[in-house]
Design a protein around this ligand. Sequence first.
Ligand code: SD4
Length: 324
Amino acid sequence: LSSPPLIINTWSGPFTAATNAAFLALSNSSSTALDAVQAGCQACQTNQCDNAVGFGGSPDESCETTLDALIMDGQTLNTGAVANLRRVKDAVGVARHVLDYTQHTLLAGDQATQFALQNGFEEESLSTEDSLRACHEWRSNNCQPNYRSNVLPNPLSSCGPYSPSSSNSHTQNNIPNSSSSSDHSHDTLSLLALSPSGSMAACTTTNGASHKIPGRVGDGPIPGSGSYVDSTAGACGATGDGDLMMRLLPCYQAVESLRRGLSAQEAADDAVRRIIARYPEARTGIVVLDNRGEHAAAASGWEFTYSYRGAGMDEAKVVVVKAL
Ligand code: SD4
């Protein structure tokens, strides 16, 4: 149990910049919980947090980096999200515009880009030398992982011909290899905030899965999957194999479990167990925060670490979570 102002982060290491930016914002009485999570996600988008969030990471089959993001207000359930956002760096900023200035919840693809440009965001390439090099190395290495479950050639890249593979062969392939708590193992930042007045917010920002089929949207921008918050119960953020996780809406599941009286740990364990009952190989990690400040995490397929910073703490604290 930690006291607010409290920030929970799906990750640590280079992502600590996000925890600190959000914590400082939440400690400033003029910022809301929503402002705080946005500031935290933007800190990592800007400095790329180890190329795992924002521009320059996780190129798709055609070498393009695209972004998914979501931001949610726990008081109103108002949500803004963007999926497969192209050529605009501040994905969570655009998501906040969807929340603040539209009746919609989720905009996708080139039209999300158009919306962003109409609202003053800059059009920029999301590729870097590093992301292009990673893509070209992947291509010269027979293009594994292979998200295509049949032998149809891929017209968009120079990767063909594809070898046959079973359906759902993408399990684990897209997530950076991590048998340890290496700082390179996540692609997704989710932040949860609990303010001293009890208001809560959540955000998620990610460049998704590497070498995905262009147009693929992950779990990040899906309410209830990438993150979810309802201040009458609590909040949750997720990272891992989004193609599988989004089928079971683990964050909605966990927050509703809090409402039904489960502890944060029980709710996190339950949500992950539901995924691995179906997909034993799935690599997952979720963090859960109840509206009193109790927090916990559960994971499968990797050793997961998350971090938090609450009232009176000079720096973020890291928690290591064993796989279920
Ligand atoms: C996705 N959940 O797009 C993200 C990837 C991730 O650690 O979290 N990787 O599927």
